[in-house]
Design a protein around this ligand. Structure first.
Ligand code: AMP
Ligand code: GLY
Length: 425
């Protein structure tokens, strides 16, 4: 098969790396890709949200399957456009992408179909939101309705902090139209985990559980980022708990969408808070997690291309379960100085080959580009150094040993990735 992956991050490098291992793959292309991806497949200079450009390319190049990484092209309707043109695509349609693109849509769906989530209210007027915040007078989460690059949520400890968030979103419009409507919801307490499943709108096949580290600094402190590291499995997700989440959250979500007339084929990512009252949904994404995917795919023994192909064809029930390497996997993200704020690009990265020689380590690239024989930094999140080990502790040691071989000017990474999994944070 000729396979096209869309995107340019660490998640896409992990996807390309895994797809390249499939016996079904003849050729792998990636648009636009990055410096690491260019060493595994052919990078094509088309932007991830250039829907018609990508569709023309896929037709011309006789692509058999297109795999969409990020949410933006999905929300723009790439799957609808490809399907209309007779092209096979692994990724949800525009109607289904609203599960991520509109938090109001997601919360209303959960309320309608009895899916456990934090209690909430929706506002399109800041005064009403502020009145409500004063009334509840307890910590709450303020969320912009639309896509805000992972920055649209403020977990506020006080009413003043919550009202500041309302003002930034609704009056200063820092997220533009994404903040026209907001949600104010109760604060949930517990541990977070990511449950990523593949579905053809009827059958659900879960991937291994994972947890990510969203904050920039050690000890899960400081501002939120796109993700500073992840590990799989998440020890708190027992087999029983996973079944509970699949039966009481994942299936009701898909069935609810079906009842709303929406077909859902692709990835469903459920951000879960494990509260004292059981698992509750924090958010949905309609795509693979980043960096969770980097920690999950090295453990997958089944053929990813086959899974995506049958899901696209509505035949996922053919696959009963996936096979996993029992060994845990840890991914440490190396970022540019200044991230998640402003950062510089174009710094030469050294030590990549030495790091990759370490057994059971793979270095996924995110913001990198190849220039001649050099690999340069080209984004905030630069690399996802990923390693397996017989225990989580061993995976952590192995991964940090590889991180130690790599360097670029201003490189920063957290030193405690995975420690939470062994009771350390
Ligand atoms: P979201 O984009 O909705 O997943 O929110 C981003 C992060 O904010 C989550 O991963 C949680 O850490 C936190 N968060 C979101 N909603 C809540 C909530 N209701 N209670 C506590 N923390 C939350
Ligand atoms: N790691 C969180 C996300 O992919 O949204």
């Amino acid at each position: 098969m000729r396979i096209l992956v869309i995107g340019s991050g660490g998640r896409e490098h992990a996807l390309v790396w895994k797809i390249a291992q499939s016996k079904l793959t003849d050729k792998i292309l990636c648009a636009p890709g990055n410096g690491g991806i260019s060493q595994v497949g052919e990078c094509v200079d088309i932007k991830a949200d250039d829907i018609s450009g990508l569709s023309d390319f896929a037709k011309r190049e006789k692509i058999d399957l297109t795999v969409v990484g990020p949410e933006a092209p999905l929300a723009k309707g790439i799957a609808d456009e490809f399907t209309k043109n007779g092209l096979k695509v692994f990724g949800v349609n525009k109607a289904a992408s609203r599960l991520e693109a509109s938090k109001v849509f997601a919360k209303e769906l959960m309320a309608k179909y009895g899916i456990p989530t934090a209690r909430f209210k929706i506002f399109d007027n800041p005064d009403e939101a502020n009145k409500y915040i004063d009334k509840i007078n307890s910590p709450c989460a303020v969320k912009a309705d639309g896509l805000a690059q992972g920055k649209g949520v403020v977990v506020a400890k006080s009413a003043d902090e919550a009202k500041r968030a309302v003002s930034l979103m609704m009056q200063d419009k820092i997220f533009g139209d994404a903040g026209k409507r907001i949600i104010v919801e109760e604060c949930l307490e517990g541990q977070e985990a990511s449950i990523i499943v593949i579905t053809d709108s009827k059958t659900i096949v879960p991937l291994a559980s994972s947890q990510d580290h969203k904050r920039i600094f050690d000890g899960d402190s400081g501002p939120n980022t796109g993700g500073m590291g992840a590990y799989s499995p998440a020890p708190i997700i027992t087999e029983k708990l996973l079944q509970n989440i699949i039966n009481n959250i994942a299936y009701p979500t898909i069935r609810g969408l079906n009842k709303e007339g929406i077909d859902y084929r692709g990835v469903l990512y459920i951000g879960i808070m494990l509260t004292r009252d059981g698992p509750k949904v924090l958010e949905y994404n309609v795509r693979f997690g980043d960096p969770e995917t980097q920690a999950i795919l090295p453990r997958l023994k089944s053929d990813l291309v086959e899974i995506m192909q049958v899901a696209t064809e509505g035949k996922l029930s053919k696959i009963e379960r996936l096979n996993w390497d029992v060994r845990p996997c840890v991914c440490v993200v190396c970022v540019s100085k200044g991230y998640p704020g402003d950062y510089e690009k174009g710094k030469e990265i050294s030590g990549l080959d030495t790091a990759a020689k370490i057994q059971d380590v793979v270095v996924f690239h995110a913001g990198t580009k190849k220039e001649g024989n050099k690999i340069l930094t080209n984004g905030g999140r630069v690399l996802g150094v990923t390693g397996l080990g017989n225990t989580t502790k061993e995976a952590i040691t192995n991964t940090y040993q590889a991180v130690g071989k790599i360097n670029f000017e201003g490189m920063y990474f957290r030193r405690d990735i995975g420690r939470r999994a062994i009771g350390g944070i």
